[in-house]
Design a protein around this ligand. Structure first.
Ligand SMILES: Cc1ncc(COP(=O)(O)O)c(C=O)c1O
Length: 398
C-alpha cells in the first residue's frame, strides 16, 4: 500500500524557504524570502506583550476579533460586512487562502491563476483536487491580455485567483484590468479569491483597489489578507478572509478543523496594529518606495534589465544582464557561492514554458538599509569579477 497520498508525493520543499534557510545557516545575506529583517513597530510589540501579560494565552473562539476587523475593513474597502457572519480569522493569509479553496473547490474544478505568481496557490488548489489553469501576463510590463483571459475560462472554471499588488512582479492591477476580470466573473458566474497582503504597499500614483468593490463582486469574492507584510510580523500568523456569509461560515468551520484558532495574544495586537494612525501606513509606503528605488539603481548599475518598475509589493523582479550567459538558477548559485547573497530564481514563479522565464531573479527589498547596502556592495563585486573573467576569456579566445 502506498504510504503517501498522491498529492503529497508531488510536493517538494519550498525553494524559497530552502534558500532562506541556507542564508540563515551560512551567514549569507538573505534577499530571498519576503520577511523584514528589521523590528516590528514598537506600539504593536507592546500590545502583544500586554496581551500575554494579561493572559490572552488560551484558544480563542473563532469569532476572535471579527467585530473590530469588520469596522476597519468597512472603512478601508467600503464594503458592507456583517462581523458575525462574513469574516474568518485565520493563521496568516496562507491559511485563509487554503480555507477559501477548501470551502469552494471540488475535484476537477478549474481555477484560473496568473503566470507568474506566488508559489503557494497551486499546492492548495491541488490538495483540494482542483486543476490550476494559468494565464500568462505579458512581459515586460506584465500586461493582462483579455483575449487570453477569456480563453482560459471553461465550463469547469470555478474561480480565479488575483494577487494585487503582485508577487513576484510588483504589478498593481489597474481599474480597467480589474473591471475586465470582474466582468468575466459575472458572465461566467465564477468566484474570485483575492490575495491583498500588499494592499498598503503601493508606489508612485498606483493605488490598491479591491476586486470586491466592483459591481456585483462582493457576493462572489473571497478577500484574503494579513498583518504579515503591513506590520512586519510574518511570524505572528494573523490573517483573515472576508467572504459572502455562507462561504465565510464554511471557512470558519474549516479553520477550526485545520488549526482551531489563530494566536490569541497576536489577535489583540492586530487590533492595535490595524488602528495605527494614517502616518504609519504612509511612512511604510514611503520607506519601501525608497528601498525599491535604491535596489533599482543598484541592479540597473550592474546591468540588470529593469523594464518594469514595481508598482507595489516588496519585490523587484529583475532580468539578468544581456551579456550574462547564465540561467537564473546558475546565477543564484554563483551569487551564493561567490558573493554571499541569496535571491530567488524567477523560474519558480512561472508555470508555462517560455524562453524568457529562466532570465529573471526576484530580489526581496523588505530589508534594513544596512542589509541592502551590504548586498549592493557584494553584487557590485560579483559583477566586476564576472566582467574581468569574461574579458580574460575573450582575450584567450582571440
Ligand atoms: C503574495 C503573498 N501572499 C501571501 C503571503 C504569505 O502571507 P501570510 O504571512 O499572511 O501567510 C506572501 C508571503 O510572502 C505573499 O508574498
Amino acid at each position: 500500500m502506498e504510504k503517501l497520498s498522491s498529492v503529497a508525493k508531488t510536493f517538494t520543499a519550498s525553494a524559497i524557504q530552502e534558500l532562506s534557510h541556507l542564508a540563515q545557516r551560512s551567514n549569507v545575506i538573505n534577499l530571498a524570502e519576503g520577511f523584514p529583517d528589521f523590528p516590528a513597530p514598537p506600539h504593536i510589540k507592546h500590545s502583544a506583550i500586554a496581551a500575554i501579560t494579561s493572559d490572552f494565552n488560551q484558544y480563542r473562539h473563532v469569532q476572535g476579533i471579527c467585530d473590530q476587523l469588520a469596522e476597519i475593513v468597512k472603512k478601508t474597502h467600503g464594503l458592507d460586512i456583517n462581523p458575525l457572519t462574513d469574516i474568518a480569522i485565520c493563521c496568516g493569509q496562507t491559511e485563509a487562502f487554503a480555507a477559501a479553496v477548501f470551502a469552494i473547490i471540488d475535484k476537477g474544478d478549474e481555477v484560473v491563476l496568473f503566470d507568474p505568481c506566488y508559489e503557494t496557490y497551486e499546492g492548495c488548489i491541488r490538495m483540494a483536487g482542483g486543476v490550476p489553469v494559468y494565464v500568462a501576463l505579458d512581459p515586460p510590463h506584465w500586461t493582462l491580455d483579455p483575449v487570453k483571459l477569456v480563453k482560459s475560462f471553461t465550463v469547469r472554471t470555478k474561480a480565479i485567483v488575483l494577487n494585487s499588488p503582485q508577487n513576484p512582479t510588483g504589478k498593481v492591477f489597474t481599474g480597467d484590468e480589474l473591471e475586465i476580470i470582474a466582468e468575466i466573473c459575472r458572465i461566467r458566474n465564477c468566484m474570485a479569491i483575492t490575495d491583498e497582503v500588499y494592499e498598503h504597499v503601493t508606489f508612485d500614483n498606483n493605488k490598491h483597489i479591491s476586486l470586491a468593490s466592483f459591481r456585483g463582486m462582493q457576493e462572489r469574492t473571497i478577500i484574503t489578507s494579513s498583518l504579515s507584510k503591513t506590520f512586519s510580523v510574518t511570524g505572528w500568523r494573523i490573517g483573515w478572509a472576508i467572504a459572502p456569509t455562507f462561504i465565510a461560515s464554511a471557512m470558519r468551520n474549516i479553520h477550526v478543523k485545520l488549526t482551531d484558532s489563530a494566536p490569541a495574544p497576536f489577535q489583540e495586537a492586530a487590533l492595535t496594529a490595524l488602528r495605527s494612525f494614517p502616518e504609519y501606513f504612509e511612512s511604510l509606503r514611503r520607506d519601501y518606495e525608497s528601498k525599491r528605488d535604491y535596489m533599482i539603481k543598484v541592479l540597473a548599475g550592474i546591468g540588470f534589465k529593469i523594464q518594469f518598475k514595481p508598482q507595489g509589493s516588496t519585490f523587484l523582479f529583475a532580468e539578468l544582464p544581456e551579456n550574462c550567459p547564465l540561467t537564473d538558477v546558475e546565477y543564484i548559485k554563483e551569487l551564493i557561492e561567490k558573493a554571499g547573497v541569496v535571491a530567488v530564481p524567477g523560474s519558480g514563479f512561472f508555470h508555462k514554458n517560455s524562453s524568457f522565464q529562466k532570465r529573471f531573479i526576484r530580489f526581496a527589498f523588505c530589508k534594513s538599509e544596512s542589509t541592502l547596502a551590504a548586498a549592493a556592495q557584494k553584487l557590485g563585486e560579483l559583477s566586476k569579477c564576472r566582467e574581468m573573467s569574461q574579458t580574460t576569456s575573450t582575450q584567450k579566445d582571440n
